[in-house]
Ligand binder design. Structure first.
Ligand SMILES: Nc1ncnc2c1ncn2[C@@H]1O[C@H](COP(=O)(O)OP(=O)(O)OP(=O)(O)O)[C@@H](O)[C@H]1O
Length: 303
């Protein structure tokens, strides 16, 4: 089932075109990671999809409702608000109860406390939001997005500014929500995190989605050769690589030398046996040799 369907959507602010034709379909139960540089237009798309601002052209449907009938499905969508929109003078638990009532969530105090605990806010209950740190405000805004048991949860940078343990809790929470059949649309600048938790990733660049696929597909598509990290003593230097390359008749590129590691590139893993033998036959002491797979960061940098 299609939860989000966007076709040729555009948005400009004055003369500046930010979204230049977005096509995107997100299915039920997916965790979709949406990434892009600062100012790429990720929040702009979220604001359009949630009815905060209007698109200029194109169309979209959310939970089967077209853009002009978003009100019909708003209660089924949980959106993490910007932390500047939280009611600072309210106590956290009262805030959740109040926001919950607005979406028909009449949970008990125990349920709200349990929600706070699940996102790492145990022990802070009954504090006024204005006394919260930045990270705590992010957490309570994630809690707000979960009120009313929404089917689609939209999280804009849920883990930025959050301590590592809480970020892990939030990732675990996202996995649990997915197990319950929820669809999660999230943005993050932490590409390792996106790689870990997303079923599919979209990279927004210059107003369009330039890369779309599973993290694995994107990483494999970007592979041009095999990168091999070699740790030797002494550290392998560029001149020695040239000599080795000639000796074994394998094209070996030196990508980088970082401390005791030398990062090499060969065209295929069939070149590895010859390379390891040549290293052992030379006077190098070979401590480690491992294939370094591309990361989403590499894909992102090329997008
Ligand atoms: N209300 C507005 N009026 C004019 N320009 C705007 C407005 N809102 C956003 N922009 C501009 O649109 C572009 C996209 O902004 P947006 O916040 O969507 O990017 P983003 O990808 O979410 O960035 P970040 O990763 O930094 O959060 C930016 O250049 C921003 O300055």
């Amino acid at each position: 089932m299609e939860i989000i369907k966007v076709k040729q959507l555009t948005k400009h602010y004055g003369e500046t075109a930010v979204l230049k034709g977005i096509d995107l379909t997100i299915h039920q139960g997916e965790v979709f990671g949406f990434v892009g540089h600062n100012g790429a237009g990720k929040s702009t798309l979220i604001h359009i999809l949630t009815g905060i601002i209007n698109k200029n052209a194109g169309s979209f449907e959310i939970l089967g409702s077209p853009a002009n009938q978003l009100n019909q499905v708003k209660k089924r969508i949980g959106v993490m608000p910007d932390i500047s929109n939280l009611y600072d003078n309210m106590k956290d638990i009262d805030f959740l109860r109040y926001m919950g009532e607005l979406v028909g969530d009449n949970g008990s105090k125990k349920q709200y406390l349990s929600l706070m605990k699940s996102i790492g806010l145990a022990g802070s209950e009954r504090k006024k939001i204005k006394s919260y740190s930045f990270g705590m405000k992010k957490k309570i805004s994630i809690a707000q997005a979960l009120l009313g048991n929404p089917e689609l949860i939209i999280l804009d940078e849920p883990t930025s500014g959050i301590d590592p343990e809480s970020a892990i809790n939030i990732r675990n929470l996202i996995a649990k929500l997915q197990e319950q059949g929820k669809t999660i649309f999230l943005t993050s600048h932490n590409l390792d995190e996106i790689d870990k938790i997303s079923d599919r990733v979209g990279i927004l660049s210059d107003g369009i989605i330039t890369e779309l696929g599973t993290p694995r597909q994107l990483k494999e598509e970007s592979e041009e050769g095999i990168n091999i990290a070699v740790r030797t003593k002494p550290t392998l230097q560029k001149e020695q690589i040239k000599t080795l390359s000639k000796k074994i008749k394998v094209d070996i590129k030196c990508i980088a030398i970082k401390r005791e590691y030398t990062l090499l590139q060969v065209s295929s893993d069939d070149d590895m046996p010859a390379l390891s033998k040549a290293l052992i036959d030379s006077n190098m002491h070979l401590y480690e040799m491992k294939v370094e797979h591309r990361s989403l960061e590499d894909v992102f940098m090329k997008a």
